[in-house]
Design a protein. Structure first.
Length: 120
């Protein structure tokens, strides 16, 4: 089985006005997604929802190889990384089917295979 990362990129403003019912519906969609992956023989290896963008800290390497905290480098971007799933699938086709099921009602998902390196 190959590992894949699905990132969920959405307009976070859509969630700013969400009430408990909206949140419960979103959680149900993600629960249904996890169930579908398992039923199809895949496995979710991990995943998390991220706090809103204002909680993020941005770091940038400087020319002197120091690392500096900087302001948001893309302040006008409306769709931001909101969460991810790490999963295993038998092949690219199955991973694509899983990605099509991943909820992102206010944006999109990105699917990428994980680049696995030999530990030796």
């Amino acid at each position: 089985m190959t590992k894949y990362m699905i990132t969920i990129v959405e307009n976070q403003e859509a969630y700013a006005t969400a009430d408990e019912a909206d949140f419960a519906a979103a959680m149900q969609m993600h629960g249904d997604f996890a169930e579908s992956v398992a039923k199809a023989g895949g496995e979710i290896l991990g995943g998390e929802a991220l706090q809103p963008l204002p909680t993020a800290t941005f770091l940038r390497n400087t020319r002197s190889d120091d690392v500096a905290v900087v302001d948001n480098p893309l302040p006008d971007v409306k769709e931001v990384l909101g969460g991810y799933y790490l999963l295993s699938a038998k092949d690219d086709a199955q991973a694509l089917e899983f990605a099509k099921l991943c909820p992102a009602p206010h944006g999109y998902v990105e699917l990428r295979p994980v680049w696995e390196f030999d530990a030796s």
